[in-house]
Design a protein around this ligand. Sequence first.
Ligand SMILES: Cc1cc2nc3c(=O)[nH]c(=O)nc-3n(C[C@H](O)[C@H](O)[C@H](O)COP(=O)(O)OP(=O)(O)OC[C@H]3O[C@@H](n4cnc5c(N)ncnc54)[C@H](O)[C@@H]3O)c2cc1C
Length: 396
Amino acid sequence: MDFQNTPEQEAFRQELRGWLAANLPRELCVDDPTDERVAPDRPTFEKRVAWQRVMCKAGWVGMSWPREYGGRGATLMEQLIYDEECFRARAPVLPGYSGIGMIGPTLIEVGTPAQKARFVPRILTAEDIWCQGFSEPGAGSDLAGLQTRAVDKGDHFLVNGQKVWTSGAQFAAWIYLLVRTDPAAPKHKGISYLLVDMKTPGITVRPLVLMNGHRHFNEVFFVDVAVPKANLVGAVNQGWGVAMTTLMYERKAGGGRGHDEQIRRLGALARELSVDGAPAWGSPLVRQRWAQLAIEAAAFKYTRYRNITRQLRGEPPGPEGSILKLFGSELGVRIADFAGELLGPRVLVNQPTAEVPDAPRWYNRVVSARQYTIAGGTSEIQRNIIGERVLGLPKD
Ligand SMILES: Cc1cc2nc3c(=O)[nH]c(=O)nc-3n(C[C@H](O)[C@H](O)[C@H](O)COP(=O)(O)OP(=O)(O)OC[C@H]3O[C@@H](n4cnc5c(N)ncnc54)[C@H](O)[C@@H]3O)c2cc1C
């Protein structure tokens, strides 16, 4: 792969970098955009919505979307540069990320003309914020085991059941929801995909508070919730295929970011931090651990580039794609573990102090890193996929 940007790509990077420097309000910048993907409170959420609108007006939202839907039709390299620059500027994750990254592209691909006309234009402009209602208390890795029922009532479905881990449901106007419409059919074949207005009577959102106090996700309860038939995506009982389309976009949107920056900061921390009266960096053990992380981050980055090169050449995804999620998220945990060991009990300091001036950065890392090994398919599930589908190993 060619590691140099073309002059056009470099111009694109500089244009975005300059625009962000001139327009991104400092108060919205986040220490580490991989944390706090959901706004911590409503005032911050509203500010981020306003920010998405500013970005949208300037043509910086929906990079991968086709131009006819208000997107930028950006190349893969431009999307990569976009991600890097937004991260570099510490721009918050946009509140509309679930709509922009998942339900929008799904509707563009499989929605009816009426659904496209009604829902798609309101996504980039942050008029509608969406959340994903897939997981349930008994259905995560085994998503097809979901039990939320939707009963056909003529012109509408009546939905009863519960979703869990629903990121951002406390702010969302709409939820894209998987429901069981045929309990007698084999489990993948009795599922339908609905678009549900969160203001519909019968919906209750209950926040799940993380141990660092963040309110990222929720339980969502449905009691006799009426959903118009017009909001069915794809055919009745064919929702599994639509869900796979959404999950394909989710995986595309995912991928580890920020490892290099976190490792750089850890190196700086080790130079500052005093252990037994001497800088931690003086210990060969600390330097070795740090170097190992730096090596792994480099391996991850180049594997990611190799994967992108394949896509740019129009080749089918290779094994790299399958290992990126696993390796990237687990490397994030190893980085957080090292931060924890380096700081010892000081990692728990959640406000800046003389000893830990950048608190609560590392505290948040330690608490948050593991979520990426679960969300979007756990590490064990990734290993199963790599073993069975990539390496062709026998199932038993
Ligand atoms: C930060 C975060 C945000 C999320 N946001 C959303 C959201 O917005 N909407 C949504 O619908 N969901 C969301 N999820 C849920 C996520 O998709 C599930 O947590 C995930 O799919 C795992 O399901 P589970 O939690 O039910 O765990 P389970 O599936 O119950 O797994 C429990 C353990 O068993 C292991 N295991 C399960 N099956 C196998 C197997 N076959 N082989 C080996 N090991 C196995 C798992 O790896 C795991 O360690 C989110 C999760 C997180 C962490």
